[in-house]
Design a binder for this molecule. Structure first.
Ligand SMILES: Cc1ncc(COP(=O)(O)O)c(C=O)c1O
Length: 444
């Protein structure tokens, strides 16, 4: 194990400096080789190309690598680290559960699970009341879609192009990107995809065979697309008219990310089912959940309480962490911070864009869920590498590699936002030079 310096330190300058650097280099080589040999050679190449080292520890808005280098985390684990890394209150809650009963024996009643379900009913709007607990986003979607299909036996599900709901078979059937779907055909039958933010297309797709429509309040992996304010209310109305259920996937938008507690609050739409994961575990425990109405529960879990189950779902440690997360987000009103810091970040990024309008096509988002779309392919990767070199972690969106997403912890400070913007500007200048060298002048 490589001894790490204090936060942010480069390897210490002194008599053993070369030994430390050699040790750090050896660790990186060892882990890279194990990735190539035992995990995923293509992923090893991808991470090495971008310049990522080995993660060693994390605190607040920062991640430290194997050499002690400090990075501002503007990716936030794809939306997991809304409270930052290792939030003390979440750690304390998880530790207490570890010391008593981390995993559930399953056959007894569980108080942490009961408390979390009650809390979720309290903070979600309308008639959303009953919760099923699982371990990830894709499981939450998988379960919600199963319940929606069992509700009245209809076979069809409508989702959106570019939408991302996970990569297990049912969720993947809803996910709207061919690249991830094509190798696995046939997927679950009767999944239909329509363009996002297109009411007419939704109107034409939903009919009396439709069990559910599943949609994200803001498309995350599709490239951070914010729909018109009237879109979700129209989708709700179309569902009601056709007796189809509306499932909102808040796996990425939930718990303050978009400047409201939930993404659905921007339009006031209440779904029949909502899915959560990512930030719900506070970056400490993996957890997913779907919450639905009494009517949905009565018609699915009513006839068979074991119709959908999970061995690890609802374990005491994850529930304890999630309860602490909800307390922190609520007490600190972190959605307000998200809105404020998001306005600062998007303003800064738009300012950078105004200097390089031919390279950046758009800067858009809600709260601290912000996307920068490049005007051409492959530029985002170069820019991400340049940002990393300058100490900021970012990544592109899974269904749209032209878009770099900024999803830092909601606890980010103004000075950290400004640092991220400056680094992005510098990285972009460098990217432009590199692209110009290959393709000629792109500055216009
Ligand atoms: C909206 C949405 N739904 C579902 C998922 C799948 O979550 P997981 O990766 O935890 O399975 C994601 C992941 O990015 C997501 O953004």
């Amino acid at each position: 194990m490589i001894p790490l310096g204090p936060p942010g330190a480069r390897p210490r300058v002194g008599h053993n400096r070369s030994v430390e650097i050699e040790g750090a280099d050896a660790l990186l080589a060892e882990v890279t080789e194990k990735y190539s040999e035992f995990l995923n050679p293509g992923l090893a190449r991808l991470l090495s190309f971008a310049g990522f080292g080995v993660e060693a520890r994390a605190e607040g808005c920062y991640v430290f690598d194997h050499s002690g280098r400090k990075f501002l985390d503007c990716l936030g684990g794809y939306g997991v680290f809304s409270l930052g890394h290792r939030h003390p209150k979440v750690l304390e809650a998880a530790r207490a559960a570890l010391d008593t009963m981390p995993l559930s024996a399953k056959v007894f009643f569980s108080k942490p699970m009961a408390d979390l379900a009650e809390k979720l009913a309290e903070i979600t709007p309308g008639g959303l009341k009953f919760t099923f607990l699982c371990n990830s986003g894709t499981e939450a979607v998988e379960g919600a879609l199963k319940v929606a299909k069992a509700f009245d036996g209809r076979p069809k599900v409508v989702s959106t192009e570019g939408g991302y709901h996970g990569k297990s078979m049912g969720s993947l059937s809803a996910t709207g990107r061919e690249k991830y779907r094509a190798p696995f055909y046939p997927l679950v039958p009767e999944f239909v995809h329509v363009p996002f933010n297109d009411v007419q297309a939704m109107e034409e797709a939903v009919d009396n065979r439709t069990a559910a429509v599943i949609v994200e309040p803001v498309q995350g992996e599709g490239g951070i697309h914010v729909p018109d304010i009237s879109y979700l209310p129209s989708v709700r109305e179309i569902c009601d008219r056709n007796d189809a259920l509306l499932v909102l996937d808040e796996v990425q938008t939930g718990f303050g990310r978009t400047g409201r507690m939930f993404g659905m609050e921007h339009s006031g739409v209440v779904p029949d089912l909502v899915t959560f994961a990512k930030a719900l575990g506070g970056g400490v425990a993996p957890i997913g959940a779907f919450v639905g109405t009494r009517e949905v529960w009565e018609r699915t879990f009513g006839p068979n309480p074991l119709i959908h189950t999970s061995t690890f779902g609802g374990n005491a440690m994850a529930c304890a962490a999630a309860l602490a997360v909800i307390d922190v987000v609520t007490e600190e009103r972190l959605w307000e911070r998200s809105e404020k810091m998001g306005a600062r970040l998007i303003g800064g990024l738009r300012n950078v864009r105004s200097q390089l309008p031919d390279l950046i096509a758009d800067v858009r988002g809600l709260g601290l869920m912000i996307g920068v779309e490049f005007a051409m392919d492959d530029v985002a990767e170069i820019c991400i590498g340049q940002m990393l070199k300058r100490g900021v972690v970012a990544a592109y969106t899974l269904n749209n590699s032209r878009v770099i997403r900024f999803e830092p912890p909601l606890i980010i400070e103004e000075s950290q936002v400004d640092m991220a913007v400056n680094v992005f500007g510098e990285a972009l200048d460098e990217t432009q030079s590199l692209v110009s060298a290959v393709m000629g002048d792109v500055s216009g």
